[in-house]
Design a protein around this ligand. Sequence first.
Ligand SMILES: *Cc1c(COP(=O)(O)O)cnc(C)c1O
Length: 234
Amino acid sequence: MLAESDIRANYAAVRARVDDACRAAGRSPDDVRLLLATKTQPAERVAAAIAAGARLIGENRVQELAEKDAALAALPCERHFIGHLQTNKVNQVLRYVSCVQSVDGADLADRLQRRLEALDRTLEVLIQVNTSGETSKFGVAPGEAVELVAAVARRDRLRVRGLMTVGLQSPDADAVRASYRALRQARDRARDAVGLELPVLSMGMSGDLESAVAEGATMVRVGSAVFGPRPPAR
Ligand SMILES: *Cc1c(COP(=O)(O)O)cnc(C)c1O
């Protein structure tokens, strides 16, 4: 387990990496938000990251949002959902997050819309795209993104802000970067076809955020570079 002082130093180092990547790409560091992926991290460590300056965290499991809520709800930090969302968890997830980044089908969009109508509120969403073609990954194929963006945009409680992807996991940096380029290109097509601005591109993780920033990421999602390696998945 990392000490809280390490979390602080790591957070600053990752933010500096993002800033450097922006400058290398001729972009402003203000244009890329840093989301901390906090899966498996106990609330105290997430709170340490917030104390170090984190203002946006992402959780993969509704259960973890619920468990950490008491410790984190009052802290100055926005929460997003970044994991695969089962339709039977929709009611719960809406208690905790301002954005669901993993909308990957019309059924899920319908469930969110109905619940949001009942709550009389709206929700920001991203459309998750599978840019790597790996069968283990969630998300619509890049060629289906336009259709899903259009379908979600017709649901008046959902505000489609852009696209999200978990890029290719590969030592081949060019292939990884190509998966991020594919997300930007899918966004550009959807923007032109649907007529929405779609400013958000959520892509890039600890090992490859520079490639994502070079391809236009406006939000990178980082876990292990701040919190250290995770225990094996449950
Ligand atoms: C865990 C996770 C990340 C961060 O991964 P790291 O390699 O630890 O930086 C980003 N996005 C999603 C969806 C994740 O589940």
